[in-house]
Design a protein around this ligand. Sequence first.
Ligand code: NAP
Length: 249
Amino acid sequence: MKKICVVTGTSSGIGAALVPTLLEQGWEVFGIARREADVQHEAYTGVSLDLADLEAVQTYFDGGFLREVNLAGYGRIGMVNNAAALGTLGPQDTLSPGEMARVFNLNTIIPIWLMGFFLKHSQQCSLVIVNVSSGLATVPRAGLTTYCASKSALRIAGLVAAEDVENFEGYAGRAGNTAIVSYSPGTVATAMQENMRGNSTGTLPSVQRFVDLYEQNKLKPAEHPSREIAALLSRSDLPLHSEITFGYA
Ligand SMILES: NC(=O)c1ccc[n+]([C@@H]2O[C@H](COP(=O)([O-])OP(=O)(O)OC[C@H]3O[C@@H](n4cnc5c(N)ncnc54)[C@H](OP(=O)(O)O)[C@@H]3O)[C@@H](O)[C@H]2O)c1
């Protein structure tokens, strides 16, 4: 069975660790980030794209991507909405609406649009969407409004996507071959954690917690959650919607 997976955020962290695992498992991979990922493999296509640029993303997927890829030729399609940013940290009165909107484009709007895109264009084959979530999608933490709110919105949008599949005629028959997973990787040793630790209590009152996790060697390597994401993408027993935390995949 031919299988193809689109992964966002492949230039560092969890996304970068996921690509070689998928290639080893026989997936064709389209990796998207602004920076190029260091991957040389005939089954890998790297796409340099700013996922906060709504028009550029639509133009690429509706145009170049569909011209290059005949999705009907695949038995399984994977979509991993992994790219995200923290946005500016600090109390809400310090946030800029323009910057917040850019981060929401990246963390929420484009992942939602990509869920719809692949639901529309994968009618015949099985589709597994993994939205990389966070404990902070459901737990408020001072200073992290943009991140918490954007991840929370993506979480509920995944639940709504499952409702759409069950209730809209256009998706008739899709419930049996679609899985939407909201996956929380736990605390992982990536640039995002470095960014957290780089704050002061003035922007992130709980910064010491992130420093402690690092100093006590409690951050997991990116390869650990990426292996779980790869395993999820290959499963055929997932329900239409599931929420999975690292260690429970
Ligand atoms: N690390 C953790 O402890 C942790 C915990 C919970 C959840 N997560 C989630 O895990 C996922 C991966 O994060 P990570 O920790 O691996 O972070 P990371 O190392 O900072 O990686 C973020 C990735 O997103 C891409 N990205 C950022 N802005 C982009 C843009 N405008 N356009 C295109 N790509 C963009 C980056 O590529 P470019 O900069 O090259 O564009 C990079 O490849 C995120 O969804 C994050 O919320 C992480």
